[in-house]
Design a protein around this ligand. Sequence first.
Ligand code: IPM
Ligand code: MG
Length: 364
Amino acid sequence: MEFHIVLLPGDGIGPEIVGQAQKTLEAVARKYGHVFDFEPLLMGGCSIDKYGVPLTDEVLEKAKGSDAVLLGAVGGKVGQSAWYKLPPEKRPEAGLLAIRKGMGLFANIRPAYLFPQLKHRCPLKEEVIKDGFDLVIVRELTGGLYFGKHETTVENGLRTAHDTLIYNEEEIRRIAVRAFDMAMKRRKKVSSVDKANVLASSRLWRQVVEEVAKDYPEVQLEHVLVDNAAMQLVRDPGQFDVILTENSFGDILSDEASEVTGSIGMLSSASLGSGKCGLYEPSHGSAPDIAGQDIANPLATILSAAMLLRYSLDLDKEADDVESAVRAVLAAGYRTPDIMSEGCQKVGCSQMGDLVVKTLLETQ
Ligand code: IPM
Ligand code: MG
């Protein structure tokens, strides 16, 4: 099979980690006889430096026309980089929001599970972790607080700012359907997270989620208030299967979930729309402080490439193969500095990529 993949390495450690994921995809192509044609393009701070904007129309069009997009990370040090002297809509992160919106990627899928090999890095106590956890956050990505009106004014002589959290029922329905579909393939539980005791948008969210639930009688639905959800994630993460939530709540809870796995360097994500094309990126940021040192952990990006194979290219076996290779490399004791522990062998970013490739090509 032949596929066109747009690469957006971005800033900071982005180019290093995307390089390893590309190597992995090339190995998949070799092993299974596919052709992946990669097109590297600029987005984020690197695009600002060259074109004055974080995302050009041309890059957005090329991304839309591709089979899938693999992204590294965008942005630099807030307060230090010149990018943050620009108005908010011209900064690196605005490019990320614009590509999500422009490609219609309303569903952000963020799995968080405990790799048995990294169990000791989990900050929770043994009795809380029990047999580990395996959950996925389904975050609405193109609406809510992020895309409502943002405004700074002066009211009664006081500087005043508004951000609007707005959803219509269709936006809620389509993301809820995604969450329930996903639950059907997993442990059949959806925890819908909202703040219905305070917010009108959350009350609508709850109503629409209940309507959707009627089509999925096998799935157990619970509603959890977001403050309680934040607490439950550290009290007993194993209770969750699929967490369905609004854009900003999902942003916050997914960082919390990643910390509970003990290593943000391991977490992949997929952003999907109504078609097959999706955007895949690690859950972590551009880590400018360690950029260019070949010490970043490429596994989250490699695992995002596995999601790309599964969701956009329908290559499930190939995706499983990449995930097994990652597990095998960890089981063999190789670690980047962020997940290093006693008795393990420390490796750099490109060496980690090489190990995954080697394992992938060696196994049947
Ligand atoms: C994320 C990030 C982005 C977000 C930022 C960089 C705009 O935190 O993907 O979670 O808030 O969505
Ligand atoms: Mg975030």
